[in-house]
Design a protein around this ligand. Structure first.
Ligand code: GUN
Ligand code: FE
Length: 446
């Protein structure tokens, strides 16, 4: 065990509570320090107050750079890493034309392992330290991702896709095999290290009612697992889901009847929900993963953040790669801002950042572990250069001249003009897992 105390100097920023509910919701120390010991946060605060308490600490100086909790991506498909940005289709055609053929390869462990390694490193390069990911229908695909995540001691949430109808034969399981394979994977990986299992019926079009019920049964058997699926993403998808379940009066009811709407269920997209569906989700404590780059790219629609906030549903931001067009959650926040502008809601930079850090951690019941710099949290953090591009530098000079180079403008510039170029370094459980080329530190973990 490494007994070194590490002290990182920089501009420390993290949320104490939700910016939607409190004025003083974040902590910000321009001349700050973060203290890490045995992979955990010991404290975060002003450098002047902290330094004398740790005379033995090994200091890394990131002065002028932001130190923030690692970003959390609540909905992403790792097997779709290589088919990002495919032209010309909307959801159902996109699945048939591009997605399913791509996912067929993941029964091969070696292949799955290669993509999983690319995926995890791409997350780190973009400042994402935790994700809730879809694998494929194959057990091998799940083994591959949990194995790579374990090498880095990364907080990983994933699971085997359940899919027993309306898909290519090679990608289908059955109610029985899907349940048995999921159980085997839960026993093998759930709560081993930082791995957490997510029961993953892809969506109602590709799972029979029987399979959805078997998924809910598994969750009852293992109540601290999670559930993820897709809900109300595309108009044709909704029509098709209701044709397949004529007894249901709306899409959410398909999942409700199976017992899948719980406080540990993450629903991707949720673009076309009625107020009634939103209220029922809020009552169940269910979680929305809003995926703006995907929604724009597939032409799915504009998510209504005001509706979700008004009805008090827990909402998180997510990339949804490979329908999403970027691994960067900064880029995703920027696109979320634009989507909400089209709805007449200029979402604050604090709201979007919260929904990629502490807000997501809280929704996932992991805020005692990740998403902030409170004492005892796992030391998953990122070092961010707010002026990594010429345009960001020019904008800073301008705002400085105007006397407006404040925290809000700084963060908004990262979200509006930023991406992986702004990530200087990424740490997972106290270990450096990514260092940019412009950073004068040795690259490790790659
Ligand atoms: N709905 C069902 N499967 C998928 C998928 O892989 N991506 C997206 N965006 N929506 C889906
Ligand atoms: Fe998705």
């Amino acid at each position: 065990m490494d007994e070194t105390v590490y002290l990182y100097k920089g501009e420390v920023f993290y949320f104490k509570d939700s910016p939607l509910k409190f004025d003083e919701s974040y902590s910000y120390y321009p001349d700050g320090a973060l203290v890490v010991y045995r992979g955990k946060i010991i404290e975060a605060g002003a450098y002047e107050n902290i330094k004398e308490r740790y005379p033995e600490a090994l200091v890394t100086d990131y002065s002028g750079k932001l130190l923030m909790p690692g970003l959390i991506d609540s909905h992403i498909h790792y097997p779709q890493s290589e088919m990002i940005g495919m032209y010309g289709k909307q959801l159902l055609d996109w699945l048939n034309e591009y997605t399913y053929p791509t996912e067929e390869a993941f029964g091969d462990s070696e292949y799955a392992g290669r993509v999983a390694r690319f995926f995890v490193n791409e997350l780190f390069r973009n400042g994402t330290t935790t994700c809730m990911a879809y694998a494929t229908v194959h057990k091998e695909s799940v083994n591959a991702l949990f194995s790579v995540a374990s090498e880095y001691n990364m907080q990983m949430l994933t699971g085997k896709v359940l899919m027993n109808r309306n898909a290519p034969q090679s990608l289908m399981d059955t109610e029985e095999s899907g349940e048995a394979d999921s159980r085997e994977l839960i026993e093998a990986w759930h709560k081993k290290g930082r791995n957490l299992y997510v029961i993953t019926p892809r969506f109602s079009i590709t799972s029979t009612h029987g399979q959805l019920i078997s998924a809910a049964r598994l969750h009852e058997e293992y109540p601290d697992t999670y559930i993820q699926t897709h809900l109300s993403e595309n108009r044709n998808e909704i029509d098709s889901a209701l044709e397949l379940s004529p007894e249901c009066s709306d899409y959410l009811e398909v999942y409700e009847r199976a017992g899948l709407v719980t406080e540990r269920s993450v629903f991707g997209h949720c673009i076309h929900l009625s107020d009634s569906e939103c209220r029922r989700m809020a009552e169940a404590g269910a979680i929305i993963a809003h995926c703006p780059t995907s929604n724009l790219f597939l032409g799915s629609g504009l998510f209504d953040m005001q509706q979700a906030n008004r009805i008090n549903i827990q909402t998180t931001l997510a990339t949804d790669v490979g329908a999403g067009t970027s691994f960067s959650l900064f880029r995703t926040m920027g696109e979320s801002y634009k989507v909400q502008q089209l709805n007449g809601y200029p979402m604050s930079v604090f709201e979007s950042l919260y929904k990629c850090t502490r807000g997501t951690a809280k929704a996932l019941k992991l805020d005692d572990k990740i998403g902030s710099f409170d004492q005892g949290r796992d030391a998953d953090f990122i070092v961010v250069d707010s002026t990594a591009t010429p345009s960001q530098q020019m904008r800073k000079d301008y705002l400085e001249r105007k006397g407006k180079w404040n925290l809000e403008n700084k963060l908004f510039g990262i979200q509006t003009l930023g991406d992986d170029r702004n990530i200087v370094a990424t740490y997972v459980a106290g270990n450096p897992v990514y260092q940019s080329d412009t950073c004068n530190h040795q690259k490790t973990g790659m």
